[in-house]
Write a protein that binds this ligand. Structure first.
Ligand code: ATP
Ligand code: MG
Length: 469
């Protein structure tokens, strides 16, 4: 029988589900994550699997990563794991390193400081996260389905927020008062839409209405966070469903404002279908990649696909291959237009902007070659040959239903990667390059940012980098 956790500090009841009452099994948990959990337990601490790991196991899916929380403090965690380091200034997190660059993140349970009675409901999250209880940690999380704990000693699932019921009912619900939780961190709106799209869940009415009311607050978030969240949605395998929900909530127009007019004019339905068809192709490739584990999609392709229906119309790009000076003019115009409307708002690197422009302007030249598999020698030699082949293959699948050849998207061996340099795949981890005048990132990993507006930071005032319209 499930046990009630009465006398909780919030006055709400928590529930403990025994092993027989939940589907989380240790054989489905990553071996290294289990090792971390058991080492914590053997040292006398509590170890919990938290967040997306528990949610996905509950849904019978393979979790992407396994995050762990504990009542041990960062210094105590470090002593237990020699192969670890502490990151973060606001809230210290310990990363434990394993083979093949695997990292398991272990954090001390946090207090729900954003819920402090003294805190103004309409203020953004203050920078004073402190250590807390299991219950406090549950209430500071984003969605009820992301707030469950799997406790390793008794093999129980602990639920303070009704997450188990929402998992059973297929509901996405923000933890706590949705107005307040969104105001404190507007990125939670994107997270709600993401998980609804991914799990095919319905967004609870109160959460939905709060998103509609507060969507403009996305402008308070650091650009780097928005860009990273958007990339997660594009490569998450449910980008089509995400786009449909993002359009319905209006969040889409805050990220891609130029679509607002396009999708609501007389041609709107056609453009919407075109956009969704491109994203369906992306989702198919991601799904195939999950099976084979060999597919890698670069940032330029991920952004280019949802931008294409707009770019085609904005710059009147036709199927006709433009050559010579005309080609140069079109390149310049498309690059400048993309920069102004999208790239500079999301602080994309110059390399990404150049690659996206190249994909768009050269797509007519690649369309025919892709049809018959015959390429002129000069085209083959171009540095952008592989990237354009991938992009045009996606467009052909979306437009004429010709399935894109998955081998185009396979992770190249070191040898063949040398021959196709247009996009550096590792750029995906350098998204948050500091804007010190240089546009290209060089070895800067956003996860290790200690800047006040870093990963979990918010702008205090409404300075608007994302939406400088
Ligand atoms: P994914 O499968 O994409 O990794 P996830 O839910 O695990 O999904 P993460 O970004 O890995 O997402 O975050 C881990 C956990 O941290 C979440 O499950 C949630 O509990 C918490 N979390 C993440 N972002 C927020 C946020 N903005 N506000 C509150 N809690 C958050
Ligand atoms: Mg996760």
């Amino acid at each position: 029988m499930s046990e009630n956790l009465n006398n909780t500090t919030s006055g709400r009841n928590g529930v403990i589900l025994s092993s027989a009452e939940h589907p989380v099994r240790e054989e489905d948990i990553d071996q290294d994550a289990l090792m971390v959990l058991y080492r914590l337990k053997d040292a006398g601490y509590a170890g919990y699997l938290v967040g997306g790991g528990v949610r996905d196991l509950y849904l019978g899916k393979k979790p992407k990563d396994f995050d762990i929380s504990t009542n041990a403090r960062p210094g105590q965690i470090r002593k237990l794991f020699r192969n670890s380091r502490t990151i973060g200034r606001r809230f210290r997190l310990v990363q434990v390193f394993f083979r093949d660059n695997k990292i398991i993140e272990v954090s001390t349970l946090r207090s729900q400081s954003e819920y402090d009675e003294d805190g103004e409901a309409n203020e953004v999250l203050p920078a004073n996260n402190t250590f807390g209880t299991l219950e406090e940690d549950a209430f500071r999380r984003d969605l009820t389905i992301n707030s469950l704990f799997y406790e390793v000693e008794n093999k129980t699932v602990i639920d303070y927020v009704g997450g188990v019921q929402d998992l059973k009912d297929g509901i996405i619900r923000l933890v706590g008062d949705p107005d307040r939780r969104i105001t404190r961190d507007p990125v939670r709106m994107l997270r709600a839409v993401r998980h609804a799209a991914r799990a095919d869940f319905r967004i609870d009415e109160a959460t939905w209405q709060a998103i509609i009311r507060h969507r403009e607050k996305l402008e308070l978030c650091p650009v780097s966070r928005i860009r990273d969240e958007l990339l997660k949605d594009l490569q998450g395998g449910a980008s089509r469903a995400w786009t449909e929900l993002a359009i319905q909530t209006g969040l889409f127009y805050l990220l891609f404002p130029f679509y607002e007019e396009l999708l609501t004019n007389s041609e709107g339905e056609t453009i919407r279908e075109e956009l969704l068809a491109l994203l369906s192709v992306l989702d198919r490739i991601v799904a195939e990649g999950r099976k084979s584990g060999t597919i890698k999609l670069d940032e330029a392709l991920l952004f280019a696909l949802p931008l294409f229906p707009w770019v085609k119309r904005r710059f009147s790009l036709s199927q006709e291959d433009i050559k010579g000076a005309g080609h140069h003019q079109v390149m310049k115009a498309v690059r400048a237009g993309l920069d102004e409307a999208f790239s500079c708002r999301l602080n994309l690197t110059r390399m990404t902007l150049d690659t996206i422009t190249t994909l768009f302007v050269n797509s007519p030249a690649f369309w025919e070659g892709a049809a018959n598999g015959v390429w002129t020698a000069w085209l083959r030699k171009k540095s952008y040959f592989s990237a354009c082949c991938r992009f045009v293959a996606c467009c052909r699948e979306a437009e004429i239903g010709e399935l894109a050849d998955l081998s185009l998207f396979m992770n190249k061996t070191a040898e063949s990667a040398k021959n196709s340099p247009p996009i550096a795949p590792q750029k995906q981890i350098f998204l948050n390059a500091p804007s010190n005048g240089k546009k290209s990132g060089s070895g800067y990993n956003p996860a290790f940012s200690s800047k006040p507006e870093g990963i979990f930071g918010l702008r205090r005032e409404g300075r608007n980098l994302l939406f400088n319209r």
